[in-house]
Design a protein around this ligand. Structure first.
Ligand code: GP9
Ligand code: MN
Length: 412
């Protein structure tokens, strides 16, 4: 009921670093288009990595030099995979402990970024080359406030331009250009890539721009090829945005949606990383890239520890929008007094000092990777339980429907 909602609001508003002055980037991208690019199954370890003497992500490596690149950024997803990342990013709430919010709670009341931006005159859309009903997106997107979903039926999908789940990333971006050019500005456009999806298949030698790795674990070996292909597709996308005059007025947020290489591949991964994969390394492997590219603004490497949960306030603040009364579990990544902190869906926690691995309850010194007395991580473990519990309460109880009109009016 509404008392439960008040309890959650009290919790989120009391969190350290929530209140206080805005960071120096508040409003710096006011009125700009927002392009989100979901990098399918892309983990941060591929960034700046070389294989057979070649860069795996040459374009992203360059782009990040001209961008805010967060190298301590984690996915917060669970079983809902891509759909969880979408949910988390648009709402600053966590996915569920099992199942996917997109399929189980699609008719809930939300206050998602697309809906907020629509109120500010934006056109919010999502673009993806899979069937509209996959992950129940066609239903959930209406609850999140998207104006339109450009899905498989609006793309020209043939046997030749498809692999694995469907449309390859390069034709996906090519065919998406006229779609976004036709939108009323400013737009909030989410591009969901797809080619770098398990089991990482190529079906044409033009897609193979790097030789596979040689661990003998096929998925891991091919992963580098499909990541390299994805990188090429992003390069083409940026070229087209520039050529077609869409680049200058747009900010770009590129992020990995979730891990691509599961624990089942630890043997091969320990060969790639040249170290044993303990629970510490497993948690560190949940880092995904986050690149925030703002044309005309100088880049900076950001050590801030954060996660997908922080993107809603980060994006809204860049646009100069403050949600006064909103259930957001994340905090603006650019805020100066922000706590370095993120919670993974399994209850693991990362801060600037510690890594708590929920599986087996191990506590580590983040800088050295040395296992330390688990007592040091107890407060982190407890905070994770509280916070995930509150988020689940909101979703299971559909609590946002109790945001009454008075509270709505108090919002900016
Ligand atoms: C399917 C694509 C992949 O449309 O988003 O979904 P995933 O399996 O990664 O959740
Ligand atoms: Mn995915």
């Amino acid at each position: 009921d509404s008392d439960e909602l008040s309890e959650v609001l009290n919790y989120v508003n009391s969190q350290q670093g929530k209140m206080g002055a805005h960071g120096e980037y508040f409003g710096k991208a006011k009125g700009k288009n927002v392009v989100l690019v979901s990098l399918e199954s892309t983990q941060n370890f591929v960034i700046d990595r070389k294989l057979h003497g070649q860069e795996v992500t040459p374009f992203l490596n360059d782009l990040k030099e001209d961008s805010f690149y967060f190298n301590n950024f984690y996915h917060n997803t669970g079983q809902g995979k891509t759909s969880d990342s979408e949910f988390i990013i648009d709402n600053s709430m966590y996915g569920l402990p099992r199942g996917a919010v997109f399929t189980t709670n699609a008719n809930n009341e939300f206050n998602a970024t697309p809906e907020i931006l629509k109120g500010e005159g934006y056109t919010p859309v999502s673009l993806h080359g899979n069937h509209a009903s996959f992950w129940n997106r066609d239903v959930m997107y209406q609850s999140l406030g998207y104006d339109h979903y450009f899905s498989k039926q609006e793309y020209d999908v043939t046997e030749e331009n498809s692999v694995n789940y469907g449309l390859k990333d390069i034709p996906f971006f090519e065919q998406s250009m006229p779609m976004i050019k036709g939108l009323d500005k400013p737009y909030y456009a989410k591009f969901l890539t797809m080619t770098n999806h398990y089991p990482y298949i190529t079906n044409n030698e033009n897609m193979e721009m790097i030789e596979p790795a040689e661990t003998g674990d096929g998925s891991v070996d091919r992963y580098f090829q499909t990541v390299r292909y994805e990188d090429e597709s992003i390069k083409k996308f940026f070229q087209m945005m520039k050529e077609q005059g869409e680049y200058e007025d747009t900010i770009f947020v590129l992020y990995g949606d979730h891990y691509g290489i599961s624990e089942n591949h630890n043997r091969a991964m320990s060969e790639i990383l040249d170290k044993e994969i303990r629970p510490f390394e497993h948690v560190q492997l949940q880092k995904v890239p986050l690149i925030v590219h703002i044309p005309g603004m100088e880049g900076k490497k950001m050590d801030t520890v954060g996660g997908q949960i922080d993107l809603k306030p980060t994006i809204l603040h860049l646009l100069g929008i403050e949600e006064q009364n909103d259930v957001q579990f994340g905090t603006d990544l650019f805020k100066e007094d922000r706590e370095d902190f993120t919670i993974l869906r399994d209850g693991s926690v990362v801060t600037d000092e510690y890594v708590y691995a929920a599986e087996g309850e191990h506590c580590y010194d983040k800088a050295t990777g040395e296992e330390i007395d688990s007592k040091a991580c107890t407060p982190l473990k407890e905070k994770a339980e509280t916070e995930l519990g509150y988020s689940d309460k909101v979703v299971y109880g559909d609590l946002l429907r109790f945001m009454d009109s008075e509270q709505q009016e108090n919002k900016e």
